[in-house]
Design a protein around this ligand. Structure first.
Ligand code: PLP
Length: 415
């Protein structure tokens, strides 16, 4: 003990005023933090299972779906992505991945790890893949699953989803969409899209912490998954139906067992992450309390104001503006400027975090998020004012006032 540094024993005390204007996580709503401190109950306590059922009902509203199978995967957003892919794809089956950024690449990688044959329909980073190219590829490769990202935060582009469900049904495939970065900030009408499996996370536009991932599954996708049901030996009972299709290649992410756990059967699969469940419940109450249309509009205006402010300062907004996500803005780092130095200054001098980039955009683009509670006029204004000052201190003089341009968008929106 005595050899351990004394600061190990200090209370955890992160800076509580830091404004998270990166591509996620965003600041957690105080109501969510309070909900997380509620008493942890046993997972089969009737009061706890009632909360589970409430969470299912609330997320049907958030996902705009009537899917019975709407629940949570314990883990960060990629836990739900992995659960979806591994539970649908048996080794040797084909997945068609729509890819134009880091999270499209992640779908490819998870598909490979499932032992699937991965086919790709792609566009360069900063663009989207037109639906007719997706349809053409789907007709050609006849996949088991078409997998796609709605808002790929690595590029700040939003891939249009209208028609994807129809394409999948036409070729006898299931469809999957990752809405981690857009749920609660852009329109995600799951039933209108006709998507079979959609997954998210709390830490972006839902205003919660990372650690639990909402998922919704259509009946036809659930039937496909239940055909792969092989309940683990130690918890199986005589009445359990075993499916004829190949066993799912993961126990933790076996959606057949996880759905049995969230059903009236309450199969004893894992121990539900109670505090995260409370967080998810409070996020949904906040989102639905505000109203989806109002919330999405708030994100749309904040994103437009941020982009207008960036442009007015003489910086260049990254990517295809027609398909830019509402809640994330890519900004080209001016030539000769130290991008990491600027981010450090924003954090240390102004308590504001903005994001860096990956892969081909590393060192070239900053990413600024306007998500959840941070998609508001004063947060956009503070960020632009700080950015202008930090840029000046790094030797770059803004061409015009970013904050005036952003406020003009708000003035126009109010009128
Ligand atoms: C679109 C998208 N998908 C998936 C993820 C992975 O999320 P997590 O880090 O919560 O696993 C992210 C995280 O940034 C994301 O933006």
């Amino acid at each position: 003990m005595s050899d351990l540094p004394s600061d190990l024993f200090g209370e955890i005390d992160p800076p509580d005023r830091r404004l998270l204007m990166g591509p996620g996580p965003s600041n957690v709503h105080p109501r969510v933090l309070r909900a997380m401190s509620a008493t942890v109950l046993g997972q089969f306590d009737p009061e706890f299972t009632t909360t589970m059922n409430q969470v299912m009902a609330l997320y049907r509203g958030v996902f705009q779906t009537s899917n019975k199978w709407t629940f949570m995967i314990d883990g960060t957003s990629r836990a739900a992505i992995e659960a979806a892919l591994v539970s649908v794809l048996a080794p040797g089956e084909t997945v068609l991945v729509v890819s134009s950024g880091r999270f499209g690449l992640l779908l490819q990688e998870i598909g490979q790890r499932c032992g699937a044959k991965v086919e790709i329909v792609e566009a360069p980073w900063g663009e989207i893949v037109p639906m007719d190219r997706i349809a053409e590829a789907a007709r050609r490769v006849k996949p088991r699953l078409i997998a796609c990202v709605h808002g790929d935060t690595s590029t700040t582009m939003a891939q249009p989803q209208e028609g994807l469900g129809d394409v999948a049904r036409e070729v006898g495939a299931l469809s999957y969409v990752d809405v981690t970065a857009t749920l609660g900030g852009m329109d995600v009408p799951v039933d209108a899209w006709g998507t079979d499996i959609v997954t998210a996370g709390l830490q972006k536009c839902l205003g919660g912490p990372p650690g639990i991932a909402p998922i919704t599954i259509s009946d036809r996708a659930a039937d496909h998954i239940f055909a792969r049901r092989h309940v683990e030996k130690g918890i199986a009972s005589a009445g359990d139906k075993t499916g004829s299709a190949p066993i799912i290649g993961s126990n933790y992410f076996d959606l057949a067992m996880v759905m049995d756990y969230w059903s009236e059967k309450r199969l004893n699969h894992h121990t539900e992450a109670a505090s995260m469940l409370y967080a998810a419940r409070e996020c949904a109450r906040i989102v639905l309390g505000e109203g989806l249309p109002a919330r999405i509009d708030r994100h749309r205006i904040a994103g437009a104001a941020m982009a207008a402010g960036i442009a007015a300062m003489g910086l260049k907004v990254y990517g295809d503006r027609a398909n830019k996500m509402f809640n994330a803005t890519g900004v080209f780092i001016p030539d000769g400027l130290n991008g990491e130095g600027l981010r450090k200054r924003m954090r240390e001098e102004f308590e504001i975090e903005i994001g860096t980039s990956f892969g081909p955009l590393a060192g070239k683009v900053w990413r600024i998020g306007t998500m959840a509670g941070n998609a508001r006029r004063h947060h956009v204004a503070h960020t632009l004012m700080a950015l202008e000052a930090a840029l000046r201190r790094e030797g770059f003089k803004a061409a015009g006032s970013g904050v005036d341009a952003a406020l003009a968008i708000y003035d126009g929106a109010a009128g």
